[in-house]
Design a protein around this ligand. Structure first.
Ligand code: ADP
Length: 192
């Protein structure tokens, strides 16, 4: 299964991706996690990305694409993957389609988790208290939500236009949302 998870910051993508990874037995590839690891390791790429992430802006398309390609071409992703945090704008969407065509791994489906913005703000405030992510301050969250609405929402529209989008209600407990996602996936790919 080659799946893209879409949704605003705080919509629960990371949590659901971890559960899907276990259920579908494919790796969870999160560009946010890859970038945070690079920042932590202090690589040249991490040094470039740090300030941009802390401001809630998008890291440059070139950097993220290079990092994604390196990860997605690892052997463990041969049988599929769950992509989280990418694509985040229309240019990344086009780059992803080119990359996947080149490696002969076209996307099966995109799932968008839909959560009202009032809930998102509460959820991120909770996460900020629990995890202390530097980009979870109210000001940065506001900017991330703005960037999402402006640049990432059109990505879902694109997948809708090509008939590859499933929209799932992301409100409710984690297990309920997970069941909804599984039910929305094409049956022939989940063995259902
Ligand atoms: P969230 O989905 O909660 O916003 P992520 O962990 O996916 O968090 O991403 C955190 C930050 O990492 C983003 O705000 C952005 O700065 C950077 N980032 C992650 N993925 C991408 C991407 N595909 N393109 C550009 N920047 C990205």
């Amino acid at each position: 299964m080659r799946l893209v998870l879409l949704g605003a910051p705080g919509s629960g993508k990371g949590t659901q991706a971890a559960m899907l990874k276990a259920a579908l037995k494919v790796p969870h590839i999160s560009t946010g996690d890859l970038l945070r690891a690079a920042v932590k390791a202090g690589t040249p790429l991490g040094l470039k990305a740090k300030a941009v992430m802390e401001a809630g802006k998008l890291v440059s398309d070139d950097i993220v694409l290079g990092m994604l390609e390196e990860r997605i071409t690892q052997p463990d992703a041969d049988g599929g993957f769950i992509l989280d945090g990418y694509p985040r704008n229309v240019a990344q969407c086009e780059a992803l389609e080119r990359l996947l065509a080149r490696i002969g791994q076209p996307l099966d489906i995109a799932v968008k988790l839909k959560v009202p913005s009032e809930l998102i703000v509460d959820r991120i405030a909770g996460r900020a208290a629990a995890e202390g992510r530097k980009d979870d301050t109210p000001e940065t969250v506001r900017e991330r939500l703005r960037v999402y609405a402006e640049q990432t929402a059109p990505v879902a529209e694109h997948f809708g236009t090509i008939g590859r989008l499933r929209i799932v209600d992301g409100v409710g407990d984690v297990d309920a949302v997970f069941k909804r996602i599984l039910a929305a996936l094409p049956g022939e790919l989940t063995g259902a």
